[in-house]
Each structure stands twice: as C-alpha cells, then as structure tokens.
Ligand binder design. Structure first.
Ligand SMILES: Cc1cc2nc3c(=O)[nH]c(=O)nc-3n(C[C@H](O)[C@H](O)[C@H](O)COP(=O)(O)O)c2cc1C
Ligand SMILES: Nc1ncnc2c1ncn2[C@@H]1O[C@H](COP(=O)(O)OP(=O)(O)OP(=O)(O)O)[C@@H](O)[C@H]1O
Ligand SMILES: [Mg+2]
Length: 499
C-alpha cells in the first residue's frame, strides 16, 4: 500500500509516530464498528486530505489483519460525506470531486447545514461513527478527544478524530512525504480554508515583488504553524459592543448571569453568588435579563455563552474555573467565540507566584485562556487578574466574600458602575399596596402605555399578601410623574412607599 510504504521508507521519526497512532485509532474504530456503520467527513481541505489517505491505509491494514488478504485498494467502501455549500471555493469543490473519482469514494453530497444533514443521514443509514480531520488547534477541537460523542443537541454518533494531535507541520510532512495531491489553493498561500467569505491567503506567506499582483508562497512554507488561521477573517457575529468602548449606547445595560456547577443542580450547594451578582448589577442600574445554572459541560457552557453574549451587553460567568477535570468554563467560553484555548504566559506567571510550592501537575493546564480575545484585568488587591473575554467576564469567586472583592475591583477597573453618568441616569421607587392583583392589573398596564420609558415590575410576597410595584427609569422626575399618574387611578393612600 503506497502510503504505508512511503511512511515506512521515510526517516522522519516524528511523522512515523503520528502515523502509527492515527492508524491505531482508525483500526480500533474499524474493529468497533462495521463498514456500514462508519462514515468519513471529507471536504477537500488539507486535514481531511491527510485523513483520506490515512483511512485508505488504515482500511487496507485492517483488512489485511482480519482476512489475511493482501488485495489492492481499488475498493474503499467507507461512505464519504461532503457538505457542499454555495460559498465553497470552486477549487475545493473541484478537488473534492476529483479525489472522489481517483480513489473510488462512495461520495454522498449533502446540501443542508451540518446538523440537519447529519440528522437525515443517520435516519437513512446505520451510521454510528464519523471520521473527522479535526486537529487540536482548531476552535472546534476544544474539549474533544480521539473518540468523542457528538455534542448534546446533535444527532447521536461518535466523532473519531485520528489526527487530533497532529500539528500543522505534521500535516505537511505527511502530504509531501506521501506525494499525494492536495487542493491547489494551498500552493497559492491559503493555509486553512473556510468559505469564500471568510478566507484569504495568509499574509505571512506574502512575497514582495514589483508587479502589482500580490504573490504568496505555498502553505507548506509557513514556519509557525500556530498562525495557520491568520488567513481566516474573524467572524464576530452580532456581538454587542463592549461596555468599555460603548457604554452609553443603550439606556439600560443588559446583563446575563451564568453559574456553572453540577453541585448547584443536584442541590448539594446553594448558589449565593447569582443572587449577590443580580443585586449588585441592579443596584448600579443594569438590567439582568437572565440567570442560568449549567452543568460542567463544555457544550452547555458554549451554547449558553454564545446565546447570551449576543443578546446582552455583558455576561458574567462563575464556577468551573480551575485545573480540575470539571473546570470547563474557559473551554466553553473559547468554544462560544470559536477560538482555541492557548497557554497565556502572563497568566501563567501569576499562577506560578500563587501555587509554585504546591504545584505537582502541569501548571500550563490552568494557564490556558481563550486565544486572542482575553484581556487580563489587574488589580493590586487581587492575586490573579480577572479574565475578560470580549463581553464575557469570568469570575473566579467561589463564595460571596471573594465575589465582594472581585466586584469591587471590577467596578474600579471597568466602567460597569459608570464613572459615566449611568448612576445619575438611573432612578427607582417601590410602592406597596394591599389592593388585589385583579384591581391593579388593568390600571398598571395602562400606565405602562402612558410611560413606555419606565420599567414597571410587580411581585407578591405571598398569594394573599401585598403587591409590590417597582418603577425604574432614567430620571426621578419621570418616575415621580408615573407614580402620581398611578395614584390618581385609585382612592387616596392605597400605596405605601417602601425602600
Ligand atoms: C460530520 C460533522 C460532525 C459534527 N459534529 C459536531 C458536534 O457534534 N458538535 C458540534 O458542536 N459541532 C459539530 N460539527 C460542526 C463543526 O464542529 C464545525 O462547526 C464545523 O466543522 C464548521 O467549522 P467552520 O465554522 O470552521 O467552518 C460537526 C461537523 C461535521 C462536518
Ligand atoms: N463541508 C464539509 N463537509 C464535510 N466535512 C467537513 C466539512 N467541513 C469540515 N468538515 C470536517 O471537519 C474537519 C475539520 O475542518 P477544517 O476546516 O478544520 O479542516 P480542513 O478543511 O480539512 O483543512 P483546513 O484547516 O486547511 O481548512 C475536516 O477535516 C472534515 O473532516
Ligand atoms: Mg477547512
């Protein structure tokens, strides 16, 4: 088999090790699942091209072991799926179809989004495992292992990632050693390929020459593989503006509070921090849109953070921060922003001071932060800086005392509490009444129409007990007018002002 032979004849020891490990994973998968139960997700990219050849070799070696046959490889029966999109490069499409023909692939072309396409595929076929060319540096690799079940919310299958631990250099060493064809875009300076809308040649491969047209060196000449995604234009979809830069845009700033902890969900520990954060935020004029308690699970965290960061001005998340296996919050935040976790030297330095004596394991693990989006907020009162990933603040506090300290530093370091006029803009009054809810319902909803700029909130202390009405708004004068208008709708003295 030409791939196995090429690697066998190479004297690149590192490549041999990577190859053998990947083949081991492929053979395990082929032993666990029948051929009808596996599929290969192929998109013409360099990583999936590596995987194509590894799978061909792995299948050949697996066959040889189980049937002692030494047959050729004209037949590669693993179902191959390609999600074709109108925004794919024509070169990628052409290469994918070309490879399918050359290697006799059973190609299924799917023209739906990944999730719906996979749902339909799994309904129609007995597929239980899908091979992917995901590598550890990819944003989507966060939290994955060589065998990782699909995420909650996705149809159930095993994701098999044989080249998860391969570096950019390993990928090129393999493609060049095996002398296999790859998509022509990689010879034109593209180093990682997404859609035509978010991918350009990698500027680090640009060659200065006198002609007007910019030229690029081939992808395999990129010396620092960590920069392979430098040609990917960042997707920062509809994220609200950072309060630091744009705190005055909205009349009321919106916050979301997220707790991460299985111990809260099981009722073992009572969450005090959420309550305290809501009070603190409300006291400085923020409107808390939602609180959530999540499992210690990367995908749960990433989905919730992704949702909240685009709705709210600021997301506050706590719990699940540290070096334990259950500490997945930062990985979830990284995944929500589509970036990877990477070691942060500055943060590592803080941790080294803090834990140097007690540290037995790999300190680096704890110093991994979402790459390219993390800002460390230093304060002399804190031994470790606060972590801010765009509009997500990750709090390390585990109790209300620690939160108190972090909050104090946070409000000093950012404009959360408004060195701006936020505090002055914010006014509120609370009224209590023993009128029934039926009596106040209609007048209150009319008041809401008359004062659309005022927030009107109501709650009861008990089913039969008094009702409390909160009025919040931009100015005391407006609130006072609303209170007067409300009082006019009833007999005198039915409302008592409370603090
Ligand atoms: C076969 C297949 C399975 C996938 N399974 C999952 C999954 O279980 N969970 C998930 O969050 N994304 C899954 N994805 C989506 C990928 O993680 C990722 O979003 C996708 O490759 C798009 O990457 P891009 O945004 O860089 O183009 C899957 C994609 C494919 C093709
Ligand atoms: N449109 C698609 N159809 C089928 N599989 C896909 C598709 N997009 C991604 N995949 C799967 O996800 C893997 C990871 O995608 P990724 O974009 O990181 O790598 P690549 O496309 O192979 O190489 P590159 O990093 O150069 O773009 C692919 O190797 C492939 O297995
Ligand atoms: Mg790609």
């Amino acid at each position: 088999m030409e791939i196995d032979k090429a690697i066998g004849e190479s004297d690149d020891k590192r490549l041999k090790t990577k190859y053998n490990n990947a083949i081991f994973v492929i053979k395990r998968a082929l032993a666990l699942y029948s051929i009808e139960e596996v599929a290969f997700s192929f998109n013409g990219g360099k990583d999936s091209t590596v995987l194509l050849h590894l799978l061909r070799a792995g299948y050949f070696l697996h066959k040889k072991e189980v049937s002692c046959s030494n047959g050729g490889l004209s037949n590669f029966p693993v179902r191959t799926i390609y999600f074709e999109s109108p925004s794919a490069f024509t070169e990628i499409n052409a290469f994918t179809y070309d490879a399918a023909q050359t290697y006799n692939l059973r190609l299924d072309i799917i023209r739906q989004d990944f999730k719906s396409g996979l749902e339909a595929l799994l309904k129609a076929n007995p597929i239980r495992a899908i091979f992917l060319g995901v590598r550890i540096g990819d944003p989507t690799a966060v939290g994955q292992e060589q065998f990782s079940p699909s995420s909650p919310g996705w149809p159930p299958f095993m994701r098999v990632n044989p080249i998860l631990d391969w570096s950019y250099r390993d990928v090129w060493a393999f493609l060049l050693t095996c002398k296999v064809k790859y998509c022509s875009l990689y010879d034109q300076g593209y180093t990682s390929i997404g859609s035509i809308h978010d991918t350009v040649p990698n500027a680090l491969l640009s060659v200065n020459d006198s002609s007007s047209k910019e030229k690029f060196k081939p992808a395999y000449l990129l010396s620092d593989g960590r920069l392979e995604r430098a040609g990917r234009v960042k997707k920062i979809a509809s994220v609200k503006n950072d309060v630091d830069s744009d705190s005055q845009k909205h009349e009321v700033l919106l916050a979301s509070v997220i707790a991460v902890g299985d111990e809260i969900l099981s009722g073992t520990v009572e969450d005090q921090l959420g309550l305290s954060l809501c009070k603190k935020l409300t006291s400085i004029g923020w409107s808390v849109q939602q609180t959530a308690v999540l499992r210690n699970d990367i995908d749960s965290v990433s989905e919730e953070v992704d949702r909240q960061r685009s709705i709210c001005d600021m997301v506050f998340i706590y719990g699940g921060v540290g070096p334990l296996h259950s500490d997945v919050t930062l990985a979830g935040v990284a995944k929500a922003f589509g970036v990877r976790l990477a070691p942060d030297e500055e943060f590592e330095e803080y941790l080294r001071h803090l834990i140097s004596e007690q540290c037995t394991g790999d300190r680096n693990e704890m110093a991994q932060l979402p790459e390219g989006i993390t800002e460390l907020l230093h304060h002399e009162k804190l031994s470790v800086p606060l972590i801010k990933c765009r509009n997500v603040i990750v709090l390390a506090a585990t109790n209300t005392e620690e939160l108190e300290k972090e909050w104090e530093c946070l409000t000093e370091l950012t404009k959360l509490g408004g060195s701006s006029s936020l505090m002055e803009l914010y006014a509120s009054r609370r009224l209590m009444t023993s009128l029934t809810d039926v009596e106040v319902a209609e007048p209150l909803s009319k008041l809401g129409l008359e004062f659309p700029d005022i927030y009107l909130g109501c709650y009861r202390k008990s089913r039969q007990g008094p009702i409390i009405i909160c009025l919040k708004g931009k100015s005391n004068a407006r609130i006072d007018s609303a209170v007067q208008a409300l009082c006019k709708k009833f007999k005198e003295n039915v409302f008592v002002e409370i603090k």
